[in-house]
Design a binder for this molecule. Sequence first.
Ligand SMILES: [Zn+2]
Ligand SMILES: [Zn+2]
Length: 97
Amino acid sequence: MATITNINGTSDTDCRCGSWLNHWFNYNGGQSLPTYCSAPKCIKKDLVGAHVQKANSIDKEWYIVPLCQEHNKYTSDLVIPEFVNFAPASKKKTCER
Ligand SMILES: [Zn+2]
Ligand SMILES: [Zn+2]
């Protein structure tokens, strides 16, 4: 399990991938697009690429993970399964390198 914190109010609305969900797909390291939200027991399919940070971690990088619209607005920490890959949110490290 990995605990994540949503980064709310990011002005970064998109990137060269077309959407942050596509960005996650392109840079997560090979995982295919999930059918459902990454949050446990959530079966919503309206996925977006959510900006998150790893909670309780010295790693303060921003990442993208697939979440539903509702969980993307979630303000508390969220625990997601270990198998969900993180894609770096930094465009300079990915699509705008
Ligand atoms: Zn991108
Ligand atoms: Zn959800």
